[in-house]
Design a protein around this ligand. Structure first.
Ligand code: FES
Ligand SMILES: [Fe+2]
Length: 367
């Protein structure tokens, strides 16, 4: 075991940070319009804004003049203007204008940090890579690192055969509690009223340095094989239990799951600090079984996809509410007594904690 891993092993997983050398999700595309928006990704305040071509940029959310948040300002052309005294910053994070500069004064050389950012599959992905220094060279290096990795992405987002529903998770808990909740399919017990899945049984686990895959067999309530069967999302009385494979994966730092052929769910994470996590849960219902539908004009299929967007909203919001309640209670119990021992029987959670630790150890190696 490397000394870095040893050092990380000795720390409580609930206190561990994130490995910033990955793409995180900070916003939905639709949440960023003409006004700048401030977000926090692992204690880093970041301002996002769109230029005249609607391209997204991400800068440190801090005006170097008086340290107030740039996200209170507005976008002027391709620059971001601070609300306080109107200094402007370009997309590279350099001060480009001070409105009251005297003739004998120069624009201050006060560059702020910028982050690689991408808009893809309905979300804004940000790479908070760990670098020292703020110069252009460092940024170019960062871009090189990010080009080696791509955001996980959601191939179903644009695909005409999938109907999406999005729920937001804002929970007062460390991200490890959320991932553990998502990887432990025995908690179907909590969601009995929503009839999502039942009787999960863990069959196998695979793990490597970047992911944990857990394979369960479960009973699914849904079978989406006839066009009317989509109404099972709204009417529980139409659902019938039948066995399906239920696979869940922690693809660091995100999560993805499939239940049989009909459902795919992603959870895209934006950990905020040790006791706060934001995430987006995206549920896709597959229309793959409807071959007749696939013969219809693309325009019509797009209309079907868009009209059914959000059809699982009630279900998803209900599941999220129940999960958040449990996760936040776990966090509270931990804060009250960090030493208390839990009795865990699902070995998937051991693998999850191991992955969180090994990702932190990778970061420590770079330092
Ligand atoms: S604090 Fe931003 S311009 Fe003065
Ligand atoms: Fe759940």
């Amino acid at each position: 075991m490397s000394s870095h891993l040893q050092a990380v092993q000795s720390r409580d997983v609930r206190m561990l940070g994130i490995n910033p050398n990955h793409w995180y999700v900070v916003l939905r595309s639709t949440e960023l319009g003409q006004q700048p928006v401030g977000v926090t990704l692992w204690k880093q305040p970041i301002v996002l804004f769109r230029d005249r071509k609607s391209q997204v940029h991400a800068l440190e959310d801090r005006c170097p003049h008086r340290q107030v948040k740039l996200s209170h300002g507005k976008v002027v052309g391709d620059d971001l203007e601070c609300a306080y005294h109107g200094w402007k910053f370009n997309t590279s994070g350099n001060c480009s204008e001070v409105p009251y500069l005297a003739e004998n004064q120069k624009i201050p050389n006060c560059q702020i940090r910028r982050y690689p950012v991408k808009e893809q599959d309905g979300f804004i992905w940000l790479f908070p890579v760990h670098v020292n220094g703020l110069n252009t060279e460092t940024f170019t290096e960062t871009l090189h690192v990010t080009s080696l990795q791509q955001p996980m992405g959601l191939p179903e987002w644009e695909h005409l055969n999938y109907i999406a529903t999005v729920a937001v998770i804002n929970c007062q808990a460390h991200f490890s509690y959320l991932i553990e909740n998502l990887m432990d399919m025995y908690h179907g017990h909590l969601h009995q009223d929503y009839q999502a899945w039942a009787s999960a049984a863990l069959e196998n686990i695979k793990e490597d340095d970047y992911r944990v895959d857990a394979y369960y067999m479960a009973q699914s309530y849904y079978k989406i094989d006839k066009i009317w069967s989509i109404s099972q999302l709204f009417f529980p009385a139409l659902r019938r239990l039948h066995p399906e494979p239920l696979n869940v994966s922690y693809v660091y730092p995100h999560w993805v799951s499939t239940l049989g052929q009909d459902f795919k769910i992603y959870c895209l994470l934006c950990p905020i600090n040790e006791t706060e996590t934001k995430a987006y849960l995206i549920h896709f219902t597959s229309l793959n079984a409807f071959w007749r539908l696939h013969k219809l004009p693309v325009k019509f299929r797009r209309f079907v996809k868009e009209s059914l967007f959000g059809s699982a909203q009630k279900l998803l919001d209900g599941l999220v509410r129940q999960d958040i309640k449990m996760i936040e209670e776990e966090q509270q119990a931990y804060l009250q007594n960090p030493k208390i021992k839990s009795y865990e029987l699902n070995r998937t959670l051991v693998s999850v904690q191991k992955l969180i630790r090994s990702q932190m150890a990778k970061l420590a190696e770079l330092e």
